[in-house]
Design a protein around this ligand. Structure first.
Ligand code: FE2
Ligand code: ZN
Length: 451
């Protein structure tokens, strides 16, 4: 069987299955009467999907046969504008600034075209949406918001030493020592764990030495970008990270079920230009500030689950196995152990009502404002010979715009492999094995408290 005919058969099966799912998703078959306009009253106590002023309704005939109207939260629709200024045409990443959109943004005019709609928004932006996108991202009226941990107490980030940019002493190790002896390797891993990042000085300015340095911890994690990467800005991989543009603070791999734990960068050369300083922000310290300033905002980031994606290259569209919150709670230790913060890769969420939308956007705006406080931003120039490694589950990173030509190399390490190396070096194999499955916080020397 040729691959194209297999694809066709699978496609038929998929469309049958999906057809069934679509019916289940919105509950019962629609009433026979076709509606020409929004109705005033809900029937039999059920929510009337077409008459709620908190939402905007968009007419799309044949959209789904219960109603010709699709409904959206206004802010959600505005922030997910599909025009090329808001959604990068090559990388499919969100490039608009969600947090500068007015909270009470409103549609002023909607023009229907054969392929989709144009919305004139009250902030002056002209939004563009295809009918296909609208149908698959309309508010999911039949279901409650997906908040599996709703009502659960907010949980603090795991213990760590906060990283403050004004500190003069930055965590540093020597390449030579780390490569030579395990006690220095352990010192390096502990610095990464407690401080969130570490510089490695005296690294030979070659990709080979840099690769060997990462592999001193564990094997390099492969992704759709490859394993060990070595690139100049040429947009080989369709991701904003591979350009010379400004990159706002984010964590990497929000679109993986298991985001990489560590990332190491090494600038091999920068010629004919300037800029490109690296930005680090301690996400756990920022989360603690959010907790202190508004616990319900903290809770919203902990219990609201989002879809995420990486879809830049034509042959991939990666999404985590399940939607994921910005603050991930470790269920064994009841602490937040991971932050996912990437406005470029956050996908449009449909299964939340307009109250939950407002709650999350307000919380996210607050967290974003904390991240933008200058006293949290650790800007540092990258230099050949000094590599930087950081904990991608905790630290947010970014980059200023640059000119000229840069050659950077680096790679990722998985969390499990990093923690295995750290625990075994610190406690010895026997103690680690004796504690398999022990998550008791009262044991002060329990290796599993390193999460
Ligand atoms: Fe990144
Ligand atoms: Zn737009």
């Amino acid at each position: 069987m040729s691959s194209s005919s297999r694809k066709c058969q699978d496609g038929d099966l998929a469309s049958k299955l999906h057809g069934r799912l679509a019916e289940d998703e919105f509950g019962k078959k629609p009433a026979g009467k076709a509606r020409g306009a929004p109705e005033k009253k809900a029937k039999s106590g059920k929510e009337n999907v077409e008459n709620d002023p908190r939402y905007v309704y968009i007419k799309a005939e044949g959209a789904f046969d219960k109603s010709p109207y699709l409904r959206f939260g206004r802010f959600m629709l505005r922030e997910n504008c599909q025009c090329s200024e808001c959604n990068h045409p090559d990388t499919a990443q969100r490039i608009s600034d969600t947090f500068s959109i007015p909270v009470h943004v409103k549609e002023e005019d909607i023009v229907h075209k054969p392929e989709g709609i144009e919305v004139s928004w009250s902030d002056g932006h002209k939004g563009v949406y295809s009918y296909d996108w609208l149908k698959t991202h309309q508010n999911d009226v039949g279901r409650p918001s997906r908040t599996p941990n709703r009502g659960r107490m907010p949980r603090m980030p795991r213990s760590c030493v906060p990283c403050w940019p004004h500190e003069s002493k930055r965590p540093t190790v020597s390449y030579e020592q780390v490569m030579a002896e395990d006690k220095y390797l352990l010192d390096w891993l502990e610095k990464i764990y407690w401080r969130g990042f570490c510089f490695i000085e005296g690294v030979p300015v070659t990709p080979e030495a840099t690769k060997g340095l990462i592999e001193r911890i564990a094997f390099i994690r492969h992704t759709h970008y490859g394993g060990f990467w070595d690139f100049t800005a040429d947009l080989t991989f369709k991701d904003t990270a591979y350009t010379n543009e400004f990159l706002g603070a984010h964590t990497d791999n929000t679109y993986f079920t298991d985001p990489a734990r560590l990332q190491l960068f090494h600038l091999l050369s920068h010629t004919d230009g300037s800029g490109g300083e690296n930005l680090l922000i301690d996400g756990f310290a920022a989360a603690k500030t959010l907790w202190q300033e508004n616990k319900s905002h903290y809770q919203a980031l902990q219990d609201t689950y989002h879809p995420w994606h990486a879809s830049g290259n034509d042959d991939i569209c990666i999404q985590p196995a399940q939607s994921a919150a910005v603050f991930h709670v470790n269920n064994d230790l009841s602490n937040v152990d991971q932050i996912r913060w990437n406005n470029y890769d956050r996908a449009a969420k449909r299964n939340w009502n307009v109250e939950d939308q407002a709650r999350w956007y307000e919380a996210a705006k607050h967290f974003n404002a904390i991240l933008n406080r200058k006293n949290r931003q650790f800007w540092t120039p990258l230099e050949p010979g000094t590599a930087l490694i950081f904990d991608n589950w905790r630290m947010l990173h970014g980059r200023s715009q640059y000119t000229g030509k840069r050659r950077m190399c680096g790679g990722y390490v998985n969390s499990d492999d990093f923690l295995s190396r750290l625990r075994v070096l610190k406690y010895g194999r026997k103690k680690v094995m004796d504690n398999i499955g022990n998550y008791y916080k009262g044991s002060p020397d329990n290796p599993n408290l390193f999460i």
